[in-house]
Design a protein around this ligand. Structure first.
Ligand code: TYD
Length: 192
């Protein structure tokens, strides 16, 4: 099973993925976590480019869209192993939400595996700004609002659960367990 976490920056994806992993392991599942961008040479290049002052320009975003699509090809083979659960921090759905135009980005990612379950960590833009960057410029708020709206439209194309990520870590974690349990045949009353 391939479970993907998506959401705007600061939504708490990495913390929640770790908590979900530990809980699934306690329930007897084998779990491997993944992160995009990966630690491949392309992933390293992506991180370097993301630091550039011109990272948000249209030209650099197009370059990034190509690199993100290339980078995720490094993990596609691994996902064929059906003896474990893969939980990924981001996927091609990030590219659909962040880069544009969407039909081109879709083409670039045609060989990317679709998630069996998409968890959207839905966070208010104000909270994202406060938690992640502190950058509350109009452009950034406008950008994050667009990404958040894109996510809310995109999720309907996949088996998904929307989690309210504005609350405390434990409350969010328990909502995620409740959402994931039925997909794995874990009895809802057995959730700790
Ligand atoms: P991430 O490592 O999740 O950010 P953080 O620094 O919060 O841990 O992702 C890096 C940035 O890359 C993030 O702003 C989202 C963006 N991104 C895209 O724009 N498109 C993509 O396809 C992916 C995977 C990430």
């Amino acid at each position: 099973m391939y479970i993907v976490f998506e959401g705007i920056d600061g939504a708490g994806k990495s913390t929640q993925i770790q908590m979900l992993k530990e809980w699934l392991e306690a329930n007897g599942f084998r779990v491997e976590t993944l992160v995009e961008p990966t630690d491949s040479v392309v992933g390293k290049l992506i991180r370097e480019i993301l630091q550039r002052p011109d990272a948000e320009t249209d030209e650099v975003q197009k370059i990034l869209a190509l690199l993100f699509a290339a980078d995720r090809m490094f993990i596609m083979d691994k996902l064929k192993d059906d003896s474990k659960i893969f939980i990924s921090d981001r996927s091609f759905i990030s590219s659909l939400a962040y880069q544009e135009p969407v039909d081109w980005v879709e083409q670039l990612n045609r060989y990317a595996k679709k998630p069996d379950l998409l968890i959207l960590m839905d966070l208010d833009v104000k909270t994202s700004v406060a938690r992640a960057s502190g950058d509350d410029t109009f452009e950034n708020v406008e950008f994050l609002t667009r990404v958040k709206d894109n996510y809310l439209k995109l999720v309907d194309n996949y088996t998904h659960e929307i989690i309210d990520a504005n609350r405390g870590v434990n409350k969010v974690s328990s909502d995620i367990k409740k959402a994931v349990a039925p997909y794995l045949g874990i009895c809802p009353d057995c959730i700790l």
